[in-house]
Design a protein around this ligand. Structure first.
Ligand code: FAD
Length: 417
């Protein structure tokens, strides 16, 4: 039977970053990936922080060569109100830009670059069963011809994303506290694009902050447009080939006719109930990374950045373990990943409660505060010198309350006092 140091399940951003980093340390690494690449995946707007992870796993150069659409900021809108964040104006010292990518191309590039480093990347190989032990892990998978194979490894990194292989097999999933929402999306021609709408993700909030639209531009002139809302709304929009979605995109006032005459590049797809939690991110002989851990909500485009962050950290921990050093998985891995997730959890909560919008849409917003929030939006959620990271669980609600009081005073007395 084939034996390797590490088997990575899934060739998405979490899996390729982990595999590439471990190969660099000299390990024998095999990726088992269920799909044939290129394959569609949702999650097209990156955050600047993930550039660090791509760089450290030696994958940045391969992505740079693809000339993906540069992303320099994020613009939030609600009716007439708008607030634009530029990553060059942020609190944390870090990357000031990133990319917006078609994931089919992005993930294929990552997988090919990982393979070029010597990782054995196997497409159309679906992991079916796993048995873990202290030293040797057994993995059973099915290849494209339906043949069943077994492989052994010293460790497993589960980066199977929405497939959640080990959470399913080992009963590690737990329900999310967020309401079940869904999204419907397509790629559209975008002839009405200008410089500003090319370099930013545009997010329009509506339905009293319960629904929103994303517009994520790509380098080929097309744009990903998605609507997020409660499960029932998205289910209804998906009926009759997404007729309601198409009409909404063409007529929604806040998009100012940007997609009025745009052709859809593919029929709308939808995804429901994606928010999910996890009971534990590690166990004997395995660790979870990326969407196999917890997925909150797409609103702040944090998914790929968490995938690369946790992929990289999991690989570092596996390296330490395989070197014979003791790893404190709880504190060195799970708590670190969880800290970042918890920061975004507060912002997602603040988005749907409307506190985030109150803060960013007020003309009273302080420039230093804006820079600190901008660093969270850039993915720097482990920078505890940022008060908007450190006090994430209280700061949004408190600040929003103060702003509402000030705005009321202006409304009633024409002054802030
Ligand atoms: P994935 O990208 O899902 O990769 C996992 C891989 O594992 C897949 O290729 C899959 O085929 C493979 N796999 C699954 N099961 C098996 C198996 N049994 N055996 C072998 N292989 C298997 N994130 C952002 O950063 N920006 C965004 O703008 C954004 N928008 C989003 C919009 C929506 C509506 C949703 C729901 C999510 C969005 N996300 C976004 C999140 C993003 O999709 C994920 O967080 C990201 O893709 C996670 O990467 P990953 O590597 O963990 O998993």
């Amino acid at each position: 039977m084939q034996t390797v140091d590490v088997v990575v399940i899934g060739a998405g951003p979490a899996g390729t970053v982990a595999a590439s980093y471990l190969k660099k340390q000299g390990y024998d690494v095999t990726i088992l990936e269920k799909e044939k690449f290129p394959r569609f995946q949702i999650g097209e707007s990156l955050l600047p922080c993930c550039m660090e992870h791509l760089e450290e796993s030696d994958l940045l150069t391969a992505i740079e060569a693809k000339n993906f659409q540069k992303k320099t900021g994020a613009a939030f809108m609600r009716g007439e109100k708008r607030c634009e964040f530029l990553f060059s104006e942020q609190f944390t010292k870090g990357w000031t830009w990133t990319w917006q990518v078609k994931r089919a191309d992005f993930d294929l590039t990552l997988a090919e670059a990982t393979r070029a480093k010597g990782v054995d990347v196997n497409f159309e190989c679906e992991v079916l069963k796993v048995a873990c032990g202290p030293d040797i892990q057994h993995i059973e998978y099915r290849d494209v011809n339906g043949n069943i194979h077994e492989i052994q490894s010293r460790f497993i990194i589960d980066s199977s994303g929405y497939g959640r292989v080990l959470p399913r097999l080992f009963d590690l999933s737990k329900p999310s506290a967020f309401s079940p929402r869904g999204a419907i999306f397509s790629h559209l021609e975008d002839k009405n694009r200008n410089e500003e709408t090319s370099n930013n993700i545009f997010v329009h909030s509506f339905d009293n902050n319960q629904s929103w639209i994303w517009a994520i531009p790509f380098s080929d002139g097309s744009t990903s447009v998605g609507i997020v809302g409660d499960k029932e709304k998205i289910t209804a929009m998906a009926e009759n080939g997404g007729e309601a979605y198409k009409n909404f995109i063409r007529e929604f006032e806040d998009l100012s006719g940007r997609f009025k005459d745009s052709e859809l590049i593919f029929e709308p797809r939808h995804i429901l109930g994606y928010s999910i939690g996890v009971k534990k991110m590690y166990g004997e002989g395995f660790v979870l990374s990326g969407n196999s851990t917890e997925f909150l909500d797409p609103i702040f485009s944090s998914g790929v950045t968490f995938a690369t962050a946790s992929g990289l950290l999991s690989a570092k921990m596996v390296h330490k373990h395989l070197q014979g050093e003791a790893v404190d998985w709880e504190n060195e891995y799970e708590m670190v990943v969880q800290k970042g997730i918890n920061v975004f959890r507060s912002y997602v909560t603040g988005w749907y409660s409307g506190d985030f919008q109150t803060i960013v849409f007020t003309p009273l917003i302080d420039n230093d505060i804006k820079k600190q929030i901008c660093s969270v939006l850039a993915g720097y959620v482990w920078d505890h010198s940022n008060p908007f990271v450190k006090k994430h669980d209280t700061i949004l609600a408190t600040l929003a309350k103060v702003i509402r009081m000030k705005e009321k005073n202006v409304e009633n007395h024409g002054s802030l006092l």
